[in-house]
Structure formats: structure tokens, C-alpha cells
Design a binder for this molecule. Structure first.
Ligand code: GLU
Length: 472
């Protein structure tokens, strides 16, 4: 059978990096095995639905070079790929289970359920539906249905024995059936629960590998019982440990910093994000760290997915991103970085702007950072700290060097980096001063700070008039 995996997000208009990592793993399992990657939108919780969320998901996956073989915008033969458009199907299959004795109508009111919950609370037991509606007579059921009494359909769980879940990452897990709730499959509004819809859809869409968060692992016993009840073949399960936030907590929309789009908008390259995320929870056989999508597809192996959760570490992401930025051609780099520059560049030539941006190509962790790095070239006033002021007074040679620079720089006819570099050499020869005393005083005088890009570049970018003014 052709391997088929699916990414099944809820359309919340938000994708944190944990969700994205799941999508990447799903894509890689499919593509490594020559299979198909399917996008299915799980919108059965209509309260969480957000306008435009499907486009958002498409954009995110597209940016990450994850190609969807079938999904809402490119229907294959197993559509529709949006759960709210498949309601008839779920009802049909729920009724089939009722017919087979693996599910039943439940007419319990909210009040009855509340009483059950309270009783469970009082006994300090988890709430499990007590199964009373599974004992209703055929006549009562028919009468209720005729009268239009609201109902849900519940799965009838075995009360004894165990169910085994076999998972690629976690191995065989044994669950006592006595802890399984007669869970709701179909809600009173006709919508299926996630627990039901995912099984029906994974079967109908011929999904061979289900890859999802570990939080679903314990639930999977219930899904297996559903597969068995229908007589369907189970998929291969690959549950993946969580990606925790940098504070060690679960990722959530509220900790917005871990959202893919936020990272993208801050100037992280999608290739770098993908590369970073894959290695959060998967280890290649070699110690290679930089992987193109092609290499990932070639090397990915689900047997090397880690059991333990990993922690999002922005420093490590910065390291990857810096590598990817450095590897861009100058042309691509300029295209990428220019929109992040928010300083006022009126009156500056294109050449000047490009030169400025290129200087930082090898030092940049993410796009937005450029503004801080280039600050010194946009400040009209410079601030010299007390320590730097003291340094300027600390050696009698410093005024000599500064004066030499002033004279030589004033003489430059054509303002370019080569001529400036020559000036520095000349000042060195003329004054016999080298090292820190040759570079630091001029840096501090013209920018306020003791470090910056290569000195000729720095002088060039600040400009002849300003440099002379500041040296005086
Ligand atoms: N809609 C579920 C979620 O967003 C998908 C879980 C699954 O992949 O089965 O968590």
C-alpha cells in the first residue's frame, strides 16, 4: 500500500512550532517512503474556528516547502478534506456501530450527567459515564427518537480486559479497559468528536501512518477499539513527545513567541526553522546538522524519533538561522533583509544601503536584528560612555592619532573603502602607533562605541563630513 500520512490541524489561525514539527515529521515519513502527504482540516469544534485559517495553514506549509498532495485546495479522491463537510459520513458510521452493538444512543440530560460527575468527584474517582443508556429498550429508544429528544451516540467500551496500543516510538502500551469511558462519538448537534472523526477519516483516507502528539497516546486504546468494532485495519502509530516552551511549559498561543508566523515575521528563514525543528526530537545517524529538505527526505527515519520531550531554545534556532542567512547569495540576502530595515533611509543611496546591509550578513541571527546592529549609522547624536571618555584621555598619543586621521581623511577625494583603508595605513606609518590605540580612538569618536564592523567600512558608511565633524 502507498504510505499516506496526514497533517490534521484545527483551523485556529495559529501554528506553534510543535504543530509545525508534527507536520514536518508527517511529511518526511510520507516522502521518505515514497508516499503521499494529506492535509485534513479538523474543524469539528466550531467555536475555535477562525476566518482565513485554511489559507494560513497553506501559506505556512508552502513557506516551509511542505507540499500537500491532497487537501481542501487540491482535492484528491478521498475528499472532502474538511471535517465539517463530512458530517453525513460520521453519522452513517456512528449508526453502523449502533447497529453492530458497539455504540448506543444516550439521552441523558446535562443535569443527569452533572449528578454523575458530582458522585465521581465525591468518591475522588475520574468521571466515567455509567452506561445507563446502553440498557434502554428498543421501544424507549424509538419513542425518544420519534419525540425528537436530543441524543448523543456513545461508544460501548469493554469493561474488562486490556487493549494494547503499539507505537513506533513508545512500543507496546497496555491499557485497562475498565478506565475507558463510553466516550461520545457523535454530539447532539450532529458533529462528531475528534475521537471519532479521526478514526473514520484516517480509515477512509487510507492513512497508513498516524503521527501526532504524545498527548493522544493514551486515547489511542479507544481508537483501536473503534477500528476493531468496524473490522478495519489499524494504521501505524508514531506518537511524538512534546516540544516545550523555553520556560519548560507547554507551548500555547499565549506564549506567542513560539509561533511559526511570529518567527517568520521576525526574520527567521523557513528552511532554518524546519532544520531546527526536525532536530528537536529526531536524530540523524551522523552528526550532520544542516539539512536541506531533500536531505531530510533522504535521511529521515521514524525509528530515530526521541521518546523525551525537547525544549525550544531560541539560541540554538538563532545559530541555525545565522548559518542559513550566511549561506544566502548576496542578492537573495538583500531581498530578504531589506524589508526588515526600518531606519529612515531618506537621502541614502541604494549603494550605501546595500553596503550597510551586506556588512552584517555574516553577523546576523534574524532579520529584525538588523535595526539594532546598524543603529550607529542612523544616530545623529553620539553618546560616549564615561569609560570611553576616560579611555580617550588615557594616552597622550591619542590626540596625535586623531589629528592625523582628521588631516588624512579631509584629503580623500574619492570616498570609498579602499581609499579609507589607505588612510589608516598612512596614519599608522606617520604616527608609529598601532593596535588598539590606532583603531579604538577613531571608532569611539565617530560612533560612540568601541566595536563595530571593519573600520574602513564603518568610516565609509558614516560619511566624510560626519566623520570630520566628529573628529573635531
Ligand atoms: N486536530 C488534532 C490537533 O490539532 C489533530 C491530532 C491528530 O493528528 O490526530 O491536535
Amino acid at each position: 500500500m502507498t504510505p499516506r500520512t496526514r497533517f490534521a490541524p484545527s483551523p485556529t489561525g495559529f501554528m506553534h512550532i510543535g504543530n509545525l514539527r508534527t507536520a514536518i515529521f508527517e511529511y518526511l515519513v510520507a516522502k521518505h517512503n515514497g508516499g503521499k502527504f494529506i492535509l485534513r482540516i479538523e474543524d469539528t469544534d466550531q467555536n475555535r474556528k477562525v476566518e482565513g485559517a485554511i489559507d494560513f495553514i497553506y501559506n505556512t506549509l508552502k513557506l516551509c516547502d511542505i507540499k500537500i498532495d491532497e487537501g481542501p485546495n487540491n482535492e484528491g479522491e478521498f475528499g472532502p478534506y474538511i471535517q465539517s463537510e463530512r458530517l453525513d459520513l460520521y453519522k452513517k458510521y456512528a449508526l453502523e456501530l449502533v447497529e453492530k452493538g458497539h455504540a448506543y444512543y444516550c439521552f441523558c440530560t446535562e443535569q443527569e450527567l452533572e449528578e454523575m460527575r458530582e458522585r465521581a468527584n465525591a468518591r475522588k474517582k475520574p468521571f466515567l459515564y455509567d452506561g445507563r443508556c446502553s440498557k434502554l429498550s428498543k421501544e424507549t429508544i424509538e419513542e425518544n427518537l420519534k419525540k425528537g429528544v436530543p441524543y448523543v451516540i456513545r461508544q460501548k467500551m469493554p469493561k474488562t480486559g486490556t487493549t494494547i496500543v503499539d507505537d513506533v516510538v513508545y512500543g507496546k502500551i497496555k491499557i485497562d479497559n475498565s478506565v475507558l469511558d463510553d466516550q461520545i462519538l457523535l454530539k447532539s448537534d450532529g458533529y462528531p468528536t475528534y475521537n471519532f472523526a479521526n478514526v473514520v477519516d484516517d480509515h477512509l483516507m487510507q492513512i497508513t501512518h498516524v503521527i501526532r502528539g504524545k498527548e493522544y497516546l493514551d486515547q489511542t486504546a479507544k481508537y483501536n477499539l473503534l477500528y476493531d468494532a468496524f473490522g478495519w485495519e489499524k494504521p501505524t502509530y508514531i506518537h511524538v513527545a512534546m516540544v516545550l516552551g523555553s520556560d519548560g511549559n507547554k507551548l500555547s498561543k499565549r506564549n506567542g513567541d513560539a509561533s511559526f508566523m511570529d518567527l517568520y515575521n521576525d526574520g527567521y528563514l523557513p528552511e532554518a526553522i524546519v532544520n531546527y525543528l526536525v532536530l528537536l526530537g529526531w536524530s540523524p545517524e551522523t552528526n550532520q546538522e544542516i539539512f536541506s529538505m531533500e536531505e531530510l527526505i533522504k535521511n529521515f527515519n521514524e525509528n530515530r524519533i526521541s521518546k523525551s520531550s525537547s525544549q525550544y531554545d531560541v539560541k540554538k534556532l538563532n545559530w541555525f538561522n545565522a548559518k542559513y542567512i550566511k549561506a544566502l547569495s548576496d542578492e537573495d540576502y538583500l531581498k530578504f533583509i531589506r524589508p526588515f530595515l526600518t531606519h529612515d533611509v531618506r537621502g541614502k543611496s541604494e549603494e550605501w544601503i546595500n553596503k550597510l546591509l551586506l556588512i552584517y550578513k555574516d553577523h546576523l541571527s534574524f532579520g529584525k536584528e538588523i535595526n539594532d546592529l546598524v543603529n550607529i549609522f542612523f544616530n545623529n547624536e553620539i553618546n560616549i560612555s564615561k569609560e570611553n571618555e576616560e579611555f580617550l584621555q588615557s594616552d597622550e598619543n591619542i590626540p596625535v592619532v586623531i589629528n592625523a586621521y582628521k588631516e588624512e581623511i579631509a584629503k580623500i577625494k574619492e570616498w570609498n573603502v579602499e581609499n579609507i583603508a589607505e588612510v589608516i595605513t598612512r596614519v599608522k606609518e606617520k604616527t608609529g602607533i598601532k593596535g588598539k590605540l590606532l583603531y579604538m580612538p577613531i571608532r569611539i569618536k565617530i560612533s560612540g562605541i568601541e566595536h563595530g564592523p571593519e573600520l574602513p567600512d564603518e568610516i565609509y558608511l558614516i560619511g566624510q563630513d560626519k566623520v570630520l565633524e566628529r573628529l573635531s
